[in-house]
Design a protein around this ligand. Structure first.
Ligand SMILES: [Zn+2]
Length: 243
């Protein structure tokens, strides 16, 4: 481990541009359980009569907003993940000029809350909510604390839309382009809590032409051998060792 940390530090020192991709493992290391995980998925189906792949969709937002927002509040907003040592460590690396962009698939703004500045939240965040008609923005509290089941725009009286990618939706094209550009210019790409086969990131990783591909993930994957370095551990145990 120590040996790998020294090598990784050298990579960060030598890389002119380093980008980190934060996958679901970054959520798991906070003890967060996604709505797609088996046990939870079963509970959700029992509770709502539908599975999360059906509930967390624009079809439900449009046609069954009461059910959509009940699910969204209870399952997505009620127990947001706590920060781990990873995010402040990434912020520190960013400050030292060793990390230039953090791209995350989680909707809870974890890297940003930990102090990172250049963050792309690929799937949007729970903190941004907008009226689809007049485009007025609403804070998270408006969605959480609304006395109605469905939070409505004060002006238009229609449901406010959380600006997150729901299942089956296209990712915002500007964020997609920005992600591709950042990866394309990276010398070093860090896969944190994710693998080369990631459902979310594999499409973007193809644009990486830099020198060092580093995976820090506690789960072994058969494609790991394509990386320059693999550290089988949670990012929260590794990132604070770097500077
Ligand atoms: Zn409106």
């Amino acid at each position: 481990m120590d040996d790998k940390i020294i090598r990784l530090q050298k990579i960060l020192d030598d890389s002119r541009y380093t980008v980190a991709l934060c996958g679901s493992g970054m959520m798991e290391e906070c003890g967060f359980i996604g709505v797609k995980k088996q046990d939870k998925a079963y509970d959700i189906e029992q509770k709502y009569g539908y599975c999360s792949e059906e509930l967390y969709t624009s079809a439900f937002y449009n046609a069954r907003p009461e059910l959509f927002f009940t699910f969204y509040r209870n399952e997505m907003l009620n127990f947001p993940p706590e920060l781990t040592a990873s995010s402040p460590a990434m912020a520190e690396l960013e400050k030292n000029g060793h990390l230039h962009c953090v791209i995350t698939s989680n909707i809870y703004d974890i890297p940003y809350r930990g102090g990172c500045k250049n963050v792309i939240s690929l799937h949007g965040t729970i903190y941004q909510n907008q009226c689809p008609r007049c485009k007025k923005m609403y804070p998270l509290e408006y969605i959480k604390n609304s006395s109605r089941t469905v939070p409505l725009c004060e002006k238009c009286n229609i449901p406010v839309r959380p600006l997150v990618s729901l299942f089956g939706e296209m990712v915002d094209s500007q964020r997609m382009t920005k992600t591709t550009q950042e990866i394309a210019k990276a010398d070093a790409l860090l896969l944190l809590g994710t693998s080369l086969d990631s459902e979310v990131f594999s499409h973007y990783i193809k644009y990486f032409t830099g020198r060092w591909l580093v995976i820090i993930h506690h789960e072994k994957h058969y494609k790991d051998s394509n990386a320059s370095m693999v550290i089988l551990d949670h990012p929260k145990n590794v990132l604070p060792l770097l500077h």
